[in-house]
Design a protein around this ligand. Structure first.
Ligand code: NAD
Length: 492
């Protein structure tokens, strides 16, 4: 827990303006432009952030290129490079409370939840260090008595990493760790709405003493800094997490310079609950899966399909649970749902309550205590009597709003679950294990959970199908993306 003295020091630190981190130095943006970083709980300014322009991207890419071509990073002994990676993990662990605080202040995510995310972030570095040490292996082929062939993995070059605001530190480290561990150099463009923890990541990496230019951070808007990174000819790959529409723009904009792109995009994931499911566990998972992270979770189970036999009982229980969710200050340890990231997103999420009314559904939404009116709060909401063709059942709302639908038979549930553009995740609750497997096989999504909520082992592949993404992160699945496979044919 944070002592009051620590809290004062964190508060003081967050008032400082945030710089870019280029070639091992903290620096202002070209032209000195800044933008305001706002607190979603009060809508007051937290601090100013250097607004990176294409000129800053050019500098950061040049530094990363130089570090890749002529620096020691890609050629140093693996054990030495991994020492740096383990050191980053240790330094993150020393700062867990501070990072959790910054993340909650910046995003409105409840501090009890950001703490868990930060421990996951240091594990991302350790995990990839271990993965590279043990699993970055090639193949060997004995062709005949005259030839052998073998493959090696070489780092690709400068990795452009573009991240969203909904779980910033965790998602940044999820990309930075494999990119660095495999020997690439990095330019990170974090989301403009959540710069605090990305700045701390730069401080941590600076402290870990990585060679100059290996890791760079350029804050700024997507359309300027992000766009310049995507189009830069010296950047070999773009790993992107964010909205589907942005992903599509990035793929188009990266085509002229022929980059490989990894896309982790939006979702509208189904949770299917059969009559025979373990009622309490399914209820817990359903509530947690949509209302934790303020509903701003890519894998949120935002569409609930209830079988007709348990529909009434489940909805009654949901109403009780939702009415008791504690909405409040994200820095309060008891808070379960905090304010949404910014006013723009707040208006978008709110607009879906009107859309739900226009579409003729029943909307049950919690009141916000009067003392929190300055914040971007939308109360935990249930949308009942919805139909699958409605916008509230088809579009990613990305807030604490659960759309509830019903079904009679297994085949109908699968058909409804698949009748959507997205395909990120899916959840099945049934005590008939054969049916659990069957449905999981048929739901069109990259990640399925059967009688389990959204918890995953870092070794497993992460990613979506359809409009939810291209490629997979996690485990050794990212090796193909962050490394260039070469085949060596040798005459013996
Ligand atoms: P966003 O697409 O608006 O922004 C993401 C990042 O892209 C930001 O850094 C932004 O500045 C940058 N960007 C915007 N336009 C750009 C452009 N033209 N060129 C280059 N960069 C550009 O997404 P968001 O609102 O920050 O995040 C929420 C979205 O992210 C949701 O749709 C959510 O489902 C998705 N998400 C997906 C996953 C996943 O793993 N599939 C994980 C988390 C979030």
């Amino acid at each position: 827990m944070v002592s009051s003295q620590q809290l004062i020091s964190y508060k003081h630190e967050t008032q400082q303006s945030i710089s870019l981190y280029i070639n091992g130095e903290f620096t202002s943006a070209a032209g000195g432009n800044t933008f305001k970083n706002m607190n979603p709980f009060t809508n007051e300014q937290i601090n100013e952030v250097a607004e990176g322009q294409s000129e800053d991207i050019n500098k950061a890419v040049a530094a990363a290129r130089e570090a890749f071509d002529n620096g020691p990073w890609k050629t140093m002994k693996l054990t030495k490079r991994m020492e740096y990676i383990y050191r980053i993990a240790d330094l993150i662990d020393e700062e867990i409370e501070k990072i959790a605080y910054l993340e909650s202040l910046d995003t409105g995510l409840p501090i009890s939840q950001t703490r868990n995310m930060v421990s996951r972030a240091s594990e991302n570095f350790r995990f990839y260090a271990r993965m590279v040490e043990s699993r970055l292996v090639g193949d060997a082929y004995q062709v005949d008595d005259e030839f052998i062939n073998y493959t090696i993995h070489a780092p690709v070059g400068v990795a452009g990493l573009i991240t969203p605001w909904n779980a910033p530190f965790m998602l940044e480290t999820w990309k930075v760790a494999p990119a660095l561990a495999t020997g690439n150099t990095v330019v990170l463009k974090p989301a403009e709405l959540s710069p605090l923890s990305a700045n701390l990541l730069a401080e941590v990496i600076h402290k870990a003493g990585l060679p100059k230019g290996v890791f760079n951070v350029v804050h700024g808007y997507g359309e300027e800094a992000g766009d310049a990174l995507v189009k830069h000819p010296d950047v070999q790959l773009i790993s992107f997490t964010g909205e589907t529409k942005t992903g599509s723009t990035i793929i188009k904009n990266s085509a002229d310079t022929l980059k490989s792109c990894s896309m982790e995009l939006g979702g509208k994931s189904p949770i299917i609950v059969f009559d025979d499911a373990d009622f309490e566990r399914a209820l817990d998972a359903c509530v947690w899966g949509i209302y934790s992270f303020n509903g701003e979770r890519c894998t949120a189970n935002s569409r609930l399909f209830l079988q007709e036999g348990i529909k009434d009982k489940f909805i009654d229980a949901l109403k009780m649970r939702v009415a008791n969710i504690k909405v409040g200050d994200p820095l309060d340890a008891d808070t379960e749902v905090g304010p949404l990231i910014d006013k723009g997103h707040f208006s978008k999420v709110k607009s879906y309550l009107e859309i739900a009314n226009e579409e003729g559904t029943e909307v049950i939404t919690g009141d916000i205590p009067i003392e929190f009116v300055r914040g971007n709060f939308v109360g935990p909401t249930l949308i009942l009597n919805a139909e699958n063709h409605m916008r509230v059942a088809q579009e990613e709302i990305f807030g604490p709003i659960l759309t509830v639908l019903t079904f009679k038979e297994e085949e109908e549930a699968i058909k409804l679950a698949n009748d959507i553009d997205y395909g990120l995740a899916g959840y099945v609750w049934t005590n008939d294990i054969k049916r659990g497997h069957r449905v999981a096989h048929k739901v069109e999504a990259g990640m399925l959970w059967v009688n389990a909520q959204n918890v995953r082992d870092l070794r497993t592949p992460f990613g979506g199908s359809k409009s939810s993404g291209i490629g997979r992160e996690g485990g050794h699945y990212g090796f193909g993306f962050y490394t260039e496979q070469k085949i060596i044919h040798v005459s013996i």
